[in-house]
Design a binder for this molecule. Structure first.
Ligand code: SAH
Length: 359
């Protein structure tokens, strides 16, 4: 693990009131903090140098004292099918993360990563194949949205934390990220337009329910029984589906926000009529929406997507039981669409060419 970035205080992860305190300690008037915050979170400056209405002496002092994160785009892939863009960004310690930009009728959506790698070990997921490298800082999560806004020149209206990593395994940084992203002095994205997807860490779901947030929680369920879920997701050995459903019900009651259940359909594994019936029994008491995601084949794994007819039958069963189920459009399937695939390909290529991506 690389600790280069932890030596100096990370200025972009500070709230406005924290920044005011910092600059006051440097003998600065409080309006300077407002100006600097505006440069970081509204004008999306990539360095202190860009902050041209601040005195050069202050910029130099900050340069000396703080760490200023800024991502470098090392690869951009654009889907010929739907215009989805996938970005591979390099962090200041040489690690890479991927983010996806999707254009929908209702606005632009960005899917961000919350960790470098992941330690949750879900069997169908490419992000977890090499384990967890490190948590992302709040600023590094923001930077993915900021860099994409700059590169596309378009406003981002929705942010989904569904890229590489388990956001609730990086809880404090995630919370600060949400606070800054939805701050009226920053990009001011509505909390209702932020979705956090989790594999189901029960105590963290319960904690999140008490944070007084209006974000959407998406739960990666993927199987309707403990036995089947345990075969796909190691976290299922820790928390039963019954406990998970209880925590989701609690989240709904505390926040009034409807939960989204995510269900990746894997041919011959969780796509039978019986699976649908069991899923219906779980979903009925919970005020939820179900996203059906045909599994995206990952090179290292043998899982396959069910036949299209079977996917529609599954959805029809949900609908007949008045459960809202959408088949998630597979965005950017031609560009390593599945979680963690682009990053993994990049790492393998570096390895094959003898490069060393981490420091
Ligand atoms: N750790 C979080 C968020 C990251 S993954 C979580 O588990 O929810 C985002 C979603 O993509 C999850 O529902 C995950 O299970 C799913 N996913 C990962 N790899 C996939 C694949 N190959 N095909 C379909 N869905 C996949």
């Amino acid at each position: 693990m690389c600790n280069v970035i932890e030596q100096k205080k990370d200025i972009k992860s500070l709230t406005l009131s924290m920044l005011k305190e910092e600059l006051a300690a440097m003998g600065q008037k409080s309006f300077r903090a407002g100006q600097m915050y505006d440069w970081m979170h509204k004008k999306l400056a990539r360095s202190f140098e860009e902050m041209t209405n601040l005195p050069k002496t202050l910029r130099d002092a900050c340069e000396e004292k703080y760490h200023y994160t800024a991502l470098e785009a090392v690869r951009v892939q654009e889907s010929k099918i739907d215009g989805t863009k996938k970005f591979l960004f390099m962090l200041s310690d040489g690690n890479v993360v991927e983010s996806v930009w999707m254009k929908y009728r209702h606005g632009n959506s960005v899917c961000i990563s919350s960790q470098v790698g992941c330690r949750m070990g879900c069997k169908f997921c490419a992000s977890t194949l090499d384990g967890l490298e490190r948590n992302l800082l709040p600023s590094e999560m923001l930077d993915q949205v900021y860099a994409i806004t700059r590169l596309t020149g378009e406003r981002v209206s929705n942010v989904v934390v569904m890229g590489t990593g388990e956001p609730l395994d990086n809880y404090d940084n995630l919370l600060r990220f949400i606070k800054l992203l939805t701050d009226e002095n920053g990009l001011n994205i509505s909390q209702r337009n932020v979705t956090v997807s989790t594999c189901g860490i029960v105590p963290q779901i319960e904690k999140l329910a008490e944070e007084n947030l209006q974000i959407t929680l998406a739960l990666s369920l993927h199987a309707p029984t403990d036995e089947k879920r345990q075969k796909l997701m190691p976290i299922a050995n820790q928390y039963s589906i019954a406990r998970l459903m209880e925590s989701c019900q609690h989240y709904f009651e505390r926040t009034g926000r409807r939960i989204t259940l995510e269900y990746s359909l894997v041919g011959g594994v969780n796509d039978t009529k019986e699976d649908a019936e069991q899923l219906i029994r779980l979903a009925k008491p919970l005020c939820c929406h179900i996203n059906l995601i045909p599994v995206n084949p990952v090179r290292e794994r043998e899982f396959v997507s069910p036949e299209p007819g079977r996917i529609h039958d599954f959805q029809n069963m949900l609908e007949k039981n008045k459960i809202n189920g959408t088949i998630r459009r597979e965005m950017g399937r031609d560009i390593d669409g599945a979680c963690g695939q682009l990053r993994r390909r990049h790492r393998l290529e570096l390895r094959d060419f003898g490069g060393n991506e981490t420091c």
